[in-house]
Ligand binder design. Structure first.
Ligand code: GAL
Length: 715
């Protein structure tokens, strides 16, 4: 027996004695390719209970059967010290994405995180707006821990004494190979509760694992069509006439506008809030909402959840609130149905029944001292920690349910979310303002089942303004948040023309983006995605091509370097933003032909390209066979039943197919089958000339498409 074998046996023995309590969890199939295990005694309240959504098992089933994707014996769980210890295996070179809405990094292997709902504080340490306890591996599987606790994650950092893969200790004095972070073969997690439910999602690709996760959470949200138009949030203390004047200015200048956001000043008091209109600024709320609707503009109202003593709600909530106040406001225990009802009655009576279309739910994330402390007590018996991890989810769910009862879709903003929230029609935003990091967050949102907007507020120069506007127009919500700066799209005359064209391009792309959101809902595919979810951008591809150098193998770059500055928008578009001070950049084009969105010219194939780009454009590329349905540059989203013409663009010279989605755009009738998928295809005709066709809408199903014209973009 040599030394290595002896060492292994000794380790095994120690391992067995030390971990007598450790077990391999028992896995049950909950849907094809989705497994659940129960460890210890899970708590009564968790993330999925807070979200209260039903998995879309039919859609998961369509993704096909799958084998359990990880070596099952290497998943270990143990209850110790009243906590749950979890271990999942990792192989060398495997990459991990997810663990919530991070802003600086995409790859999470090597991180130690404490998943904690908070306002993002400048470092990826687990404290963020949606600290989703879900990760996806580039090997094509996902893991989810269903706990509303502050989970500590060691994502491939810890080395167990009994690990068969433990690296040999090296002498730093003499060995150049000494590594400050020795190889770790596991993701280990500590859940501060004596039990938890865990889930595994199969691939085969990382994107499939994400799809299963999103579908398990009910499928992604489908915003109303108007939600994908342009939105402006006006100055905090604007009164009704100023809001109307702003909406008129948009119309007169020819800028699109679908909804306006009112900031704290619409309420009679804020921080804490009354949830009541301010009578001096908005003397006739019903009349005001009506006037706006007649101009084609909907309203979204800011609020935070803390209730002012001056609110009618205050007395009603009496025994239904936490032990601590925030800014002097009481904190409703929203895990209690009575508390939810009291708040919803107030929103309904004062706002929703007047025609208000949605909310921006602020401050439900922290910053620590702007929230209840962890020592707070809540009447439901749920802990301050559990409330903190789920408060954003609860607010999204209750408002979504109310809009669903009224059969009217909403699309709003929220500052906190978590796993289970994919189906809620809310987009996360924050007070941070790094353009680069906003794009990293947009990428990371796709690994965590949430949406994120890189909102635009102000800028030092016109150049910065247009660059920020470009990315926000290629994001889930095209928004200027002028609550403090009072900026308008035309605030920088030097780029006014470009901004207008861009905002109109966003409108033109509405049929495409709407279809892509429908795919988020029905198929679980995130509409805005990190490159790591695309074929070719994974470790496997690198192994296949391992002898190639970087210029021959762009994929190597995707593994050795994080790709944080380009992303996919829908099925076919690759967006490569430029930031302040840049006039050229590199773009990694995956394998296959990619075409310039604006000209249709071939841009490259499986290579790193360098492009120069003026202020008038954001670089966008289209995958071979890309079909992009576009509508005329309308100033408002088409209303229910309003027909719109399509210009269908085709890129490449082979053939392509696209599923175009259509419904009434405003109600939940799609949940009852009232929608249509139209198959668009382009292929060479008998003479070899490209020709397009579009299938008819089924009888009795929505059909809003008017005239169709075709534009073959590639010569
Ligand atoms: C912040 C929020 C801003 C704005 C402001 C109004 O908390 O992030 O977007 O709404 O409140 O006071």
């Amino acid at each position: 027996m040599n030394f290595k074998t002896l060492q292994f046996l000794a380790i095994l023995l120690i391992g067995i004695t030390l971990s007598s309590n450790a077990q391999n969890p028992v896995w049950d199939i909950v849907a094809p390719g989705v497994w659940k295990a129960t460890v210890g005694t899970p708590e009564k309240y968790d993330l999925l209970k807070a979200a209260g959504v039903q998995p879309n098992v039919d859609a998961i089933t369509k993704l096909g059967k799958a084998e359990f994707p990880i070596p099952i014996k290497e998943i270990v769980a143990e209850i110790s010290d009243g906590k749950t210890l979890l271990r999942f295996p990792l192989v060398k070179e495997e990459q991990l994405y997810g663990f919530g809405l991070n802003f600086k990094t995409v790859q999470q292997r090597g991180k130690i995180l404490q998943l904690h709902v908070d306002h993002y504080g400048g470092s990826d340490n687990g404290r963020t707006h949606s600290p989703t306890p879900f990760y996806v591996s580039d090997l094509g599987y996902g893991v989810f821990v269903n706990s509303a606790r502050y989970i500590t994650v060691y994502a491939g950092t810890a080395v167990r004494k009994d690990s068969p893969n433990a690296p040999e200790p090296l002498d730093r004095n003499t060995n150049k190979k000494w590594d400050a972070q020795p190889y770790s073969d596991a993701v280990e997690m500590l859940v501060p509760a004596a039990g938890v439910e865990i889930y595994v999602f199969a691939g085969p690709t990382a994107l499939d694992a994400v799809r299963r996760f999103n579908l398990f959470n009910g499928g992604g949200c489908l915003p109303p069509r108007w939600g994908l138009g342009f939105t402006q949030r006006v100055r905090s203390l604007f009164k009704d006439s100023e809001v109307i004047a702003e909406a008129k200015a948009f119309a007169e200048k020819g800028y699109p506008l679908d909804f306006i956001g009112l900031e704290p000043g619409w309420q009679s008091k804020s921080y804490p809030c009354t949830f009541e209109w301010d009578k001096t600024r908005f003397p006739d709320p019903a009349g005001f909402v009506k006037t706006m609707r007649e101009m084609g503009i909907r309203l979204n109202l800011w609020t935070n959840p803390f209730v002012s003593p001056a609110s009618q709600l205050y007395q009603k909530l009496d025994k239904l609130v936490g032990s601590h106040t925030v800014w002097g406001g009481i904190v409703p225990d929203l895990t209690m149905p009575e508390a939810r009802k009291a708040v919803l009655d107030q929103l309904d009576k004062n706002q929703i029944s007047l025609g208000v279309s949605g909310y921006k739910i602020d401050e439900c994330d922290g910053y620590d001292r702007w929230l209840w402390p962890d020592v707070a007590k809540f009447p439901s018996g749920n802990s301050a920690e559990q409330l903190r991890q789920t408060y954003g989810l609860l607010l999204q769910k209750m408002t979504t349910d109310l809009y669903r009862e009224k059969n009217t879709r909403t699309f709003g903003l929220v500052r906190a979310s978590n796993a289970g929230g994919s189906s809620f029609p809310y987009v996360i935003y924050n007070d941070y303002y790094s353009h680069e990091d906003f794009i990293t967050a947009l990428i990371n949102s796709s690994f965590s089942g949430v949406l994120w907007t890189p909102e635009v507020r102000g800028s030092k120069t016109g150049e910065e303004w247009i660059r920020r506007m470009q990315t926000v127009c290629f994001s889930p919500m095209a928004m200027i948040n002028a609550w403090s700066d009072g900026t308008k799209p035309w605030s920088f005359p030097e780029v006014e023309k470009e901004v207008k064209e861009l905002a109109l391009l966003r409108m033109r792309l509405m049929p495409y983006f709407y279809s892509e959101f429908a795919k988020y809902h029905f198929e679980g595919t995130p509409p805005f995605r990190g490159m790591n979810l695309e074929n070719g951008f994974n470790a496997k591809a690198v192994t296949e091509l391992k002898n190639a150098n970087l210029s021959e193998n762009p994929y190597a770059e995707a593994v050795t370097k994080e790709i944080k500055n380009q992303y996919m928008a829908g099925e076919y578009l690759l967006v490569a933003p430029l930031f302040k001070g840049q006039s050229e950049r590199e773009i990694i084009l995956p394998k296959g032909n990619w075409y310039d969105f604006y000209t249709g010219k071939l841009a490259g194939n499986g290579e790193v390209i360098k492009i120069k780009c003026g202020l008038d454009k954001i670089p966008v590329f289209v995958k071979e066979g890309g079909i992009i349905p576009m509508m005329p540059p309308l100033l408002h989203a088409p209303a229910t039943g309003e027909k719109y013409d399509l210009e269908i663009r085709f890129y490449g010279n082979q053939s392509g197919k696209y599923q175009l989605y259509d419904d009434d755009g405003e109600t939940f009738d799609y949940e009852r089958g009232l929608f249509s998928w139209r198959e668009v295809s382009v292929a060479p005709d008998k003479k070899g000339k490209l020709a397009g066709s579009i299938s008819k809408a089924e009888k009795g199903k929505p059909d809003n498409i008017g005239k169709v014209s075709w534009k073959m973009m590639t010569e």
